[in-house]
Design a protein around this ligand. Structure first.
Ligand SMILES: C[S@@+](CC[C@H](N)C(=O)[O-])C[C@H]1O[C@@H](n2cnc3c(N)ncnc32)[C@H](O)[C@@H]1O
Length: 285
């Protein structure tokens, strides 16, 4: 029986039992499907597990665990709930101003640039970076590796069709992010969608990669990972920082965006700031 949404989840009355159920569920998901959410920040994880349980008409986290183990499509639905795919083109436009002013000049000194966009969601960030690089004359000598844990969002990213209704906001973001061209030159309208130019993904490889489990897979000049690690606990954040540090060339750029920080991590002294506000760093050791 489904609980009304306003009902207090029953297990919330016994926090210790609820915690145990959550830990067992995460262990079960990991062992059955290989997705490791055991080190995600607790508060938002708990809310999302409950939301899934209620949406499935279940009354306890243990019921949700049983459903997940026996019903792989339920796991896909949970994955969408947990992976929080909110994104937009030229999100936090001042990041792109800083990228153009402070990162692009460094990239010009390289004959070829490899960029890893980790946790790229449905790809709006990747298309935004591709547009900046194209406008700065660097796209032809760049390869972007765009990864996410979630295959469903990557499929949308490869498609490159975004809601037409969002184009007004994206155009404003683009201009605030330092764009000076007519933004509509980058897409054609198709029904209620905006199909972005295929040329923008010619140098992009979209691939599934799990930051919580997978290894480094290349050496990069830039790693961009914005609005992803905020969902991880401290231990997982450190794992991911280790991965990024291993994946970056010396003097490579780590772009975290203003919501994340390197301070208070063991890697703080391995980088120097390139832009303090946008949390863009350069690996120095
Ligand atoms: C809020 S979106 C951020 C998208 C984009 N970077 C931006 O700033 O707009 C977070 C993305 O991180 C991805 N993600 C979450 N856990 C992950 C993991 N362990 N490995 C790789 N990607 C992950 C989610 O699937 C989601 O698409």
């Amino acid at each position: 029986m489904a609980l009304p949404l306003e009902t207090e989840p029953p297990a919330a009355q016994d926090p210790e039992l609820e915690q145990l159920e959550i830990e067992l569920l995460l262990e079960a998901v990991y062992r059955r499907y290989g997705f490791d959410f055991r080190q995600y920040a607790q508060a938002s994880l708990k809310r999302r597990l409950w939301r899934r349980a209620l949406a499935e008409g279940l009354e306890t986290i243990t019921d949700l665990q049983a459903r997940l183990l026996h019903d792989p499509p339920c796991m896909e639905r949970l994955l969408l709930d947990l992976s929080i795919n909110v994104t937009s083109m030229f999100r936090d436009p001042t990041f792109y101003v800083a990228f153009r002013q402070k990162v692009v000049p460094l990239l010009r000194t390289y004959p070829f640039t490899r960029i890893w966009c980790a946790g790229c969601s449905t790809g709006e960030e990747v298309y935004s970076l591709a547009i900046v690089l194209e406008e700065e004359g660097l796209y032809d000598r760049t390869r972007i590796y765009a990864t996410d844990i979630n295959e469903a969002v990557l499929a949308t990213a490869r498609e490159g069709v975004f809601p037409l209704a969002k184009m007004q906001q994206y155009t404003q973001n683009y201009i605030r992010g330092g764009g000076t061209r007519d933004f509509s030159r980058y897409y054609v309208t198709a029904y209620d969608g905006a199909r972005f130019a295929r040329t923008l993904t010619e140098n992009v490889v979209f691939a599934q990669h799990n930051l919580a489990m997978d290894r480094a897979f290349n050496q990069f000049n830039v790693v961009a990972c914005r609005n992803v690690m905020i969902y991880f606990d401290k231990t997982l954040q450190e794992r991911v920082h280790t991965l990024f540090h291993e994946s970056l060339e010396t003097f490579g750029i780590l772009a975290l965006g203003h919501k994340e920080s390197l301070s208070f991590t063991p890697f703080a002294d391995r980088y120097e700031p390139v832009d303090e506000v946008e949390r863009i760093y350069r690996k120095i050791r």
